[in-house]
Write a protein that binds this ligand. Structure first.
Ligand code: MG
Length: 270
């Protein structure tokens, strides 16, 4: 009888221990899942901040834009305008992500707003110089951004600090009703001859790219292959963007584990 009692006690203890270990493993894996998501941004942010290759790519984009603009100016076309995105096209926000990584914190709209309120973004290499020269040549600049309309003032201060041209509310078309930039582009195109579009995200260029899966994004990019470097000038951004949303099928509710699975599924091997 006593032996039976010991046996049951042992079983209970083993069961308890197994549950405890299970809980510990779950806690550890979810801790890793959260911090792994944050740490995943470390490499692209280091690339943006510390790779001279990134800087060279930005100069390359703006040098090409300047060449194209000079060609267009020879045609004597009138009421010329350039439409440009802001974040990671003209403004470098990598500092915000760097702070999040260092503090092991996830991105939140609150932390983003705190950053915007500082009006402290620096210019993407080559951006300020290119836009200043375009303005001097009589071209009007429109900033179409999905920053919130409540962020116009702090952004305008930032643009003015950088001495960017047309840094006023008439030329800043921010997020209103829809994240699609098409209606805002059309608004500018009604009055101006838009000769160049600048962005780090395909959605900065045409509506056709919006909410597409990975293969369709490639297909649409191929369709426009003659426009890249001609009318569409693309800046590098490997830290975030619509390409990332496409990997997750635009599902904002995925857990870190599900996101990791999606990433692995999309890795092409040989
Ligand atoms: Mg952008």
């Amino acid at each position: 009888m006593r032996r039976d009692k010991n046996y049951v006690m042992k079983k209970i203890l083993i069961g308890f221990f197994a549950i405890l270990m299970g809980q510990l493993l779950i806690a550890q894996s979810s801790k890793c899942a959260d911090s792994c998501e944050i740490r995943m941004k470390e490499y692209p942010i280091l690339y943006q901040q510390q790779a001279a290759e990134y800087r060279a790519l930005c100069y390359q984009a703006f040098n090409l834009a300047a060449l194209r603009l000079n060609e267009i100016l020879k045609t004597k076309a009138k009421k010329l305008a350039i439409i440009t995105d802001l974040d990671e096209t003209i403004l470098d926000n990598s500092y915000q992500q760097a702070v999040l990584i260092k503090n092991n914190q996830n991105y939140t709209s609150k932390s983003w707003k705190e950053w915007i309120d500082k009006s402290a973004a620096t210019g993407v290499p080559g951006a300020v110089e290119f836009l200043q020269k375009a303005k001097q040549k009589g071209v009007t600049i429109f900033y179409i951004s999905n920053r919130d309309t409540s962020e116009v003032k702090s952004t305008m201060i930032n643009l003015q600090k950088l001495k960017l041209p047309n840094a006023d509310t008439a030329h800043m078309l921010f997020l209103f009703n829809t994240s699609s930039k098409e209606a805002r582009r059309q608004l500018v195109m009604k009055k101006y001859n838009v000769v160049l579009l600048l962005g780090d995200n395909l959605n900065d260029f045409m509506q056709a790219f919006e909410k597409k899966n990975i293969n369709d994004r490639f297909a649409e990019t191929d369709k426009e292959k003659n426009e890249w470097g001609k009318k569409f000038i693309v800046l590098p951004n490997s830290a975030y963007g619509e390409w990332e949303n496409a990997i997750y099928n635009y599902d904002w509710n995925l857990s870190p584990e599900e996101k990791e699975n999606k990433r692995k599924i999309n890795l092409k091997g040989y």
